[in-house]
Structure formats: structure tokens, C-alpha cells
Design a protein around this ligand. Structure first.
Ligand SMILES: Nc1ncnc2c1ncn2[C@@H]1O[C@H](COP(=O)(O)OP(=O)(O)OP(=O)(O)O)[C@@H](O)[C@H]1O
Ligand SMILES: [Mg+2]
Length: 311
């Protein structure tokens, strides 16, 4: 459904996308991840024909984004970042206007406006002015707009940003319901949400593609961590860890003289037995020793080296 090859975008001297290549198949739900400034929104704007690229090629449903922008737009429902909406229109009028722009006939438009309003939980506010709605409800109006023309591909740029936990849940369940019927590309910083909704992830960092693939496979390739809490002085614990050559260590002093340690980089061997034995030898008390299954967040942090994003 989406074929991106060697896509580059320069804003003046600044390289926002540096030759990224990826594809998304029909019916896939893909999480588009990366620190701030990684180039997610830039990519989404190019995919949806709203921004010109510097070089590279993008095809949506076999159509070239640069040469056949109108055909491409007909295939896509897009909810942009911060989704700007006209505050002085009523929800129903706005969606009706959007349906017209999407070339829906009057009778189909009326039916679809009702359907998407119901799907997105905004039927009750359909006659209210958008300017009177809370942020969460405005997000839902944006989602409803993206779904109006029943597009094959739905692109959502941070659909749950700024939503409260209940609203986040309802958007998540809506996305799950849409999966299977549509191809969906979602950007988000809430990794647990991506873990729950997506089959695949694409991770960008500073305009480069760091990873693309089935989420579970990517996560299982990232390193296991061991967490332990030992009663000893911080300096003794640090010396012990360096004697054992434990890498990527984090130490946090706890109450009652304990030090909480996290060691990662234990892909091929289980360090727990060695930790237990050597702590025992020193006569230290140990109140926790567990292996930590990696999450999407661990994968994200290890790929991006825990660095903060760009402006
Ligand atoms: N119109 C613009 N002019 C100049 N630079 C821009 C413009 N839009 C984006 N950039 C820069 O391009 C880079 C990528 O920005 P983009 O908005 O695509 O990142 P993002 O991954 O969506 O980040 P976020 O998670 O913060 O939304 C950033 O360094 C940003 O400052
Ligand atoms: Mg963005």
C-alpha cells in the first residue's frame, strides 16, 4: 500500500529526512516512531501530498504521490499533527463540508457523516460549535474527518496526544476496530499504545530509518535486563559490578541501605546465577533478582541511545 524509496527532505540546510526506504502492506497497522524531530510528521506530510520531497519516490496504492496527487488523496484519510479545525463551524457542518471536498455525493455524505460521528463518539456534539469542544472531542472530529470517505489508508499523526486516559482508550479501541478493514499508519510517543495496537513498527531517528519490522521480532532481538536489589554500599556494589564486567549498569540507592541495579546486555547468557552466587559470597542481603523482558520502550531507547530528540 505504501512504498517509500530513498526519501529525502531538506528544509534549507537542515536534513529532515536522509534517504529513508520502507513499505507498508495492505491491511497492516504500523506504528511510526521516533524522538522529537525524527522526521515522522515530515514523512506523513509527504505521503499525504501536502509537502514536496527533495528527492526519492513515494507510491501509495501504486500511484505516485508527486505525479498523481489527486488520485493519492482519494486513497487517504489523514489526521495531521495538532489538527487545526475551524472553531466557528458546527461539527456536522464541518464534516459535511469536508465530505463535499472529498467528492461524496450529498446523500452518501449525509449517511457517512452520521456513521463516522457515531464511530468516533461525537453524535451528541454534532450540533455544537467546534470551538466549544474540549481537546479530546476535537481530536475525535479529526478522526471522523479522516474516516469520512472510507479510505483504504488512514494516516494519524499523534492521534492521542493531549487526551485523558479514558479518551485515549476509546481512540485506541476505535483504531483496533478499524484494523483489518484499512491500512493504518500511526505516529505516537506513547509506546504502550503502539504495542497494543500495531503489528509492525518503523523507527526513525534524525531523519534515518533505524528499524522496520514485526514488533515482536524486533523486541525479542533487543537485550534482556536483570534487575536486582542488594544491601551494601553504593561503592561496593559498583566495584562488584565492574569485577563481574556487567555492562550498561544503572544504580539507584534505596531506603534501608539497599542499592537497586539494572544490568542490560544479557542477550546470550542469564546472569542471575552468577549474581546470586557472588552476592552470597560477600554475605550481602539480596531482596530482588529478576529478569526483565524487553518492551518496545527498551527497544526504542536502545536504538536511539536514550538521546533526546531535536527541535
Ligand atoms: N517547516 C519547517 N521548516 C524548517 N524545519 C522544519 C520544518 N518542519 C520541520 N522541520 C524540522 O525537521 C525535523 C523533523 O521534523 P518533524 O516535524 O518531521 O519531526 P517529528 O518526528 O514529527 O517530531 P515530533 O515527535 O516532535 O512531532 C525537525 O528537526 C524540525 O525542526
Ligand atoms: Mg511530529
Amino acid at each position: 500500500m505504501i512504498e517509500v524509496e530513498n526519501l529525502t527532505k531538506h528544509y534549507g540546510q537542515h536534513v529532515a529526512l536522509d534517504g529513508i526506504t520502507f513499505s507498508v502492506g495492505h491491511g497492516e497497522v504500523v506504528g511510526f516512531l521516533g524522538p522529537n524531530g525524527a522526521g515522522k510528521s515530515t514523512t506523513m506530510r509527504i505521503l499525504t501530498t501536502f509537502l514536496a520531497a527533495t528527492s526519492g519516490s513515494v507510491h501509495i496504492g501504486g500511484k505516485c504521490v508527486f505525479e498523481q496527487p489527486n488520485q493519492v488523496r482519494n486513497l487517504i484519510g489523514y489526521m495531521p499533527e495538532n489538527n487545526p479545525l475551524p472553531i466557528d463551524l458546527r461539527v456536522r457542518d464541518y464534516l459535511g463540508f469536508r465530505a463535499q471536498l472529498k467528492h461524496l455525493s450529498k446523500s452518501i455524505a449525509r449517511k457517512r457523516v452520521d456513521e463516522v460521528a457515531k464511530q468516533c463518539g461525537i453524535s451528541d456534539v454534532a450540533n455544537r460549535y467546534i470551538g466549544q469542544l474540549s481537546r479530546g472531542y476535537r481530536q475525535r472530529v479529526g478522526m471522523a474527518d479522516a474516516l469520512l470517505a472510507n479510505p483504504e489508508l488512514i494516516i494519524l499523526d499523534e492521534p492521542t496526544s493531549g487526551l485523558d486516559p479514558n479518551q485515549t482508550r476509546s481512540v485506541r479501541s476505535l483504531i483496533r476496530k478499524l484494523a483489518g478493514k484499512h491500512t493504518i499508519l500511526i505516529s505516537s510517543h506513547i509506546l504502550s499504545e503502539i504495542e497494543m495496537t500495531c503489528d509492525r513498527v518503523i523507527i526513525l531517528h534524525e531523519g534515518k530509518l533505524l528499524a522496520s519490522g514485526e514488533m515482536n521480532k524486533l523486541i525479542s532481538k533487543s537485550h534482556l535486563a536483570v534487575v536486582t536489589e542488594i544491601r551494601a554500599s553504593l561503592i561496593d556494589v559498583k566495584n562488584w559490578a565492574s569485577e563481574l564486567a556487567l555492562e550498561n549498569s544503572e544504580f539507584i540507592e534505596q531506603k534501608n541501605g539497599y542499592v537497586r541495579c539494572k544490568f542490560s546486555g544479557t542477550k546470550n547468557n542469564d546472569l542471575r546465577e552468577e549474581i546470586f552466587a557472588t552476592v552470597n559470597e560477600r554475605g550481602w542481603e539480596l531482596r530482588e533478582l529478576s529478569q526483565h523482558t524487553p518492551s518496545l520502550e527498551d527497544l526504542f531507547v536502545s536504538l536511539t541511545n536514550g538521546k533526546e530528540g531535536n527541535r
